[in-house]
Each structure stands twice: as C-alpha cells, then as structure tokens.
Design a protein around this ligand. Structure first.
Ligand code: NAI
Length: 302
C-alpha cells in the first residue's frame, strides 16, 4: 500500500492560522490537497481579527510547493460560512474535505458564566460548525463525495471544571455529527469527530514544556488526515487523539432493566433494580435512534 494522498481534492480547514488547524492544513497540502486556510486571526477569547495568521500558513504551504488560499471570515455567521465555501469554489471549483476546527475559550465557573461568554463560545464551536458545513454540504452532495471532521473535546464528552459553555458546544457537535452522518451516508459523505489534546496557544500555559513537546499538533493530524481520506471506512466515529494515542470513544447503552408496562411501573421497581438500570456491563453501541429504540419496542411488544 502506498502513501495516503489527496491529489485533486479540495479541503477547507477552519481556524487553520495556528495550532491544530495549521498542522492539518500543512499535512493535507503536503499530500496533494488544495487547501483553504480559514482563520479570523483574533485572540484566544475570540476578540480581534486580522489576516496575518491565515496568510502566514498559506505562505508556508506555498513555500513547501503546495497550493492554498487564505480566507479571513469568522465561521460563526451564515455569511461567513458561505464566503469560506465560496473561497474554495472560486479558487479550486469544489469542496471535498471540511475540517471544523476553529475555536475559542472563555472559561468561567458556572455562576459567573454570563450570556456573552456562553453565546460567543457556543457560537464559534457549534453555530460555526453549522454555518460552514451548511454551505459545504450541498456541494459535497452534488459531487457525491465528502469528508467532514468535527473537533470535539474531552471537556464536553467527559467534563471539565469551568467550561460549561465550551463543554456544551463540544458535546453538541457530536449530536450534529450523529445526524449528519445519516443524511450524508448515501452521498459518500463521511462525518467523524476528534477529541484531541495538543500543545497550542490554548494549552501552552497549562502544561510544562517537556509535556507540550510530546503533544505537538503533528501527532494529532495523521488521524484527522486519515478520516479525511478516500480510504477512510468509518463514519460517525469519535476518537480520542494526542501524544501518539488513538482510541475510539462512544456513547454506549447498558442492557438495562425491563418490565412489561401492564404489570405497573413503580418508584420501588427502579429502586430495587437500580443496579441493573445503572450498569454499563455488556454496553452496546447504537448507530442510530432506531437501533437504540429497539429494546424499548421489544419490551412493549412482549
Ligand atoms: P488555537 O487557538 O491555536 O486554534 C484555534 C484557531 O481558530 C485560531 O487560529 C483562531 O484564530 C481560530 N478562530 C477562532 N475563532 C474563529 C472564528 N470565529 N472563525 C475562524 N477562525 C477562528 O487552538 P487549538 O488548540 O489549535 O484548537 C483547535 C481546535 O481544537 C479548537 O476547536 C479547540 O477547541 C479544539 N481542542 C483543542 C484541544 C487542545 O488540547 N489543544 C483540546 C480539545 C479540543
């Protein structure tokens, strides 16, 4: 088997002016993709804007012999999303790959979580994923090809103090993926999600330099690139990735406790069977709502 290549493919990477997005953009371009390097160019909390960050990465790609154009729109408006996709269409004629990576942080404990911090963070991560994907999806559908990667976080999937806004948005992109993978399925549009850990301006103050060195974005990107490749067999996957570690994450459901409803359902039934209700032993993954509902339906039909 040869190299995984992206010749002839057009990719949009949002928030590609630094950190993980820059790394994704550089790698896709180095393997033949034409890349739209989107970045609003602001600070980590989402204030400010500028062209320098996206321009720098475009120059890096070009200097290495790759093809790229810059886009400076914010992902969190419908007009911005449309213009990011228009940049790809004007420069390269299509969109095959979309990596929703742009992100900001406004951490506060929940009592201090004001509306602005909530809306800004949910806006960039969740609405941003909607705005860009909504503009790109019809183009992918038309071409019967698409690879979309969402960027989630362990903060939302598992919890992290002081990040209700960020955690909510990062868990929500998984719900977004779960539905989009079904709508994209018959058009060969695959949607997957990463929950990364990487050294970037978001994390550089949180860890010592020796650790950051082992958590370079370059150790996350190979999985992202594979998920963006024609060879990727999976859709709807969530992957923990960072520092050379790669593992599937999933929402799973236990085998539970069931009782026919015509025998009556009481609070005491729950109390007396809570160990079974609560158990994750032999938990199962469900690829869609119908699969998940099957156990309930089976109990009703008994
Ligand atoms: P970063 O701050 O280096 O990258 C985010 C980029 O998004 C920045 O270049 C920023 O200018 C850009 N951006 C912000 N708002 C934007 C907007 N409205 N429109 C377009 N671009 C915008 O941080 P990092 O770490 O590379 O983060 C990338 C993604 O990975 C984010 O979604 C982040 O939440 C996520 N993530 C990162 C983790 C880590 O350990 N670094 C952990 C979990 C998730």
């Amino acid at each position: 088997m040869g190299e995984v290549r992206f010749d002839g493919k057009v990719a949009i990477v949002t928030g590609a002016g630094g950190g993980l997005g820059r790394s994704h953009a550089l790698m896709l371009a180095s393997r033949g993709a034409k890349v739209v390097v989107n970045d609003l160019g602001g600070t980590m909390d989402g204030s400010g804007a500028g062209n320098a960050m996206a321009d720098k990465v475009v120059n890096e790609i070009k200097a290495a012999g790759g093809m790229a154009v810059a886009n400076y729109d914010g992902v969190d408006t419908v007009a911005g999303g449309k213009n990011i996709v228009k940049t790809a269409l004007d420069a390269f004629g299509k969109v095959d790959i979309l990596i929703n990576n742009a992100g900001i942080l406004r951490d506060k404990s929940f009592v201090k979580m004001d509306e602005e911090a909530w809306e800004k963070v949910v806006g960039v991560h969740l609405k941003g994923a909607y705005c860009v994907t909504h503009a790109a999806f019809p183009v992918m559908k038309e071409n019967a090809y698409g690879r979309i990667v969402m960027t989630s976080s362990a903060a939302g999937l598992f919890g992290n103090f002081g990040q209700t806004n960020y955690g909510a948005a990062k868990a929500a992109v998984v719900g977004f993926m779960n539905v989009l993978k079904l709508e994209g399925g018959k058009y060969n549009i695959k949607v997957n999600t990463i929950a990364p850990i990487a050294a970037s301006r978001m994390t550089e103050s949180l860890m010592p330099p020796e650790l950051l060195e082992k958590l370079k974005p370059e150790f996350v990107t190979p999985l992202v690139a594979y998920l963006c490749s024609e060879e990727c067999p999976e859709t709807g996957g969530i992957y923990s990735v960072g520092g050379g570690y790669f593992a599937r994450i999933a929402l799973m459901e236990g085998t539970g406790f069931a009782k026919p409803v015509d025998k009556g359902i009481s609070i005491e039934d729950i109390r007396d069977n809570f160990a079974a209700v609560n158990s994750l032993e032999n938990a199962k993954y469900h690829p869609n709502l119908q699969s998940e509902n099957a156990a309930i339906m089976a109990n009703i039909m008994k």
